[in-house]
Design a protein around this ligand. Structure first.
Ligand code: PBG
Ligand code: ZN
Length: 325
């Protein structure tokens, strides 16, 4: 059917028609809020490049998580800012580590809020890499044990789901095995499967104090130029037992989200990362963009591309806007 028989504007002429033919619906159910946990009491350190976000001590973390949950956000993902770092990231898998303490407190206060924990070593290693370093190189297989120990200690603290973000080869299988051997076969793994080596992580690294002290992450995170390789990465994680597969970042990688959605039948998560958030906030503060509208357009686009859920620093703002509609 061509013009003048088909007139697309016919179905756009009023709000009712537009709602009836809308293909993508964003809801608070789709959103996961990232939170930064730090030691101490009543701490609320603003993150300069991420307006509205803070490093929060556990008491304040509960308040923010409660607000998000009341607005309909079903889950948070926790990142730890530890008080000590060493070459083997020992505070990542310590029973009294920051993520472990935050998880216990959150589950105690808000049992119905799903607590996902980010599993990585970079905030906890003195060199800032996501694995352990041997002779200036990241030792893949030596890192696996530490990563699995970290995931297990999160599960022991009550994490509902673990999310490895390190990009070491073989870590999903190692984590699955450690969980299963310790009666945590019910704990799912959200795998950061296609995680790119992206400059959009800048604000996060300042927030989590996790920038590498030497070199970069190119030997483990993916080259932004590659798409077929993303399929191979996701295939590995699926074979190793991932329950949810993630593409990260989101907006510059919508094509990857789309391809992963077409190729696999597992739930797909997309991480709308710190730099994507900061760009919109900065433009809003300059008066250059309508912040709330760009936020909703962005989240809708990520969902339209094929994401079933979105990890986003906009979770609270978006849930609030969605609730008023
Ligand atoms: C570290 C990690 C990073 C993010 C989540 N986990 C950054 C990195 O790889 O350096 C980025 C999140 C964001 O930018 O919002 N494993
Ligand atoms: Zn890391």
């Amino acid at each position: 059917m061509l013009f003048p028989d088909y007139r697309p504007r016919r179905m756009r002429q009023n709000d009712a028609f537009r709602r009836m033919i809308r293909e993508t619906a964003l809801t608070a159910d789709d959103l996961i809020l990232p939170l930064f946990a730090i030691g101490g009491k009543n701490i609320r350190n603003p993150i300069a490049s991420m307006p509205g976000h803070f490093q929060l001590s556990v008491d304040n973390l509960v308040k923010t998580a409660r607000d998000a949950h009341q607005l309909g956000v079903p889950a948070v993902i926790l990142f730890g800012v530890p008080d000590r770092k060493d070459p083997l990231a020992t505070s990542a898998y310590a029973d009294d580590g920051i993520v472990q303490r935050a998880t216990r407190t959150l589950k105690d206060a808000l049992p119905d809020l799903a607590v996902i924990t980010d599993v990585c070593l970079c905030q906890y290693t003195d060199h800032g890499h996501c694995g352990c370093v041997e002779d200036g190189c990241i030792d893949n297989d030596a890192s696996l044990d530490l990563i699995a120990r970290t995931a297990l200690s999160h599960a022991k603290a009550g994490a509902d789901m673990v999310a490895p973000s390190d990009m070491m080869d073989g870590r999903v299988a190692e984590i699955r095995e450690a969980l299963d051997e310790n009666n945590f076969s019910h704990v799912p793994i959200m795998a950061y499967s296609a995680k790119y080596c992206s400059a959009y992580y800048g604000p996060f690294r300042a927030a989590a104090d996790s920038a590498p002290k030497f070199g970069d992450r190119r030997t483990y995170q993916m080259d932004p130029a590659n798409a077929l390789e993303a399929i191979r990465e996701v295939t590995l994680d699926v074979e190793e037992g991932a329950d949810i597969i993630m593409v990260k970042p989101a907006l510059p990688y919508l094509d990857i989200i789309y391809r992963v959605r077409q190729e696999f039948d597992l739930p797909v998560a997309a991480y709308n990362v710190s730099g994507e958030f900061s760009m919109i906030k900065a433009a809003e503060q300059m008066g250059w963009l309508d912040g709330p509208r760009v936020m909703m357009e962005t989240l809708t686009a990520i969902k339209r591309a094929g994401a079933d859920m979105i990890l986003t620093y906009f979770a609270v703002d978006a849930a609030r806007l969605l609730g008023t509609k």
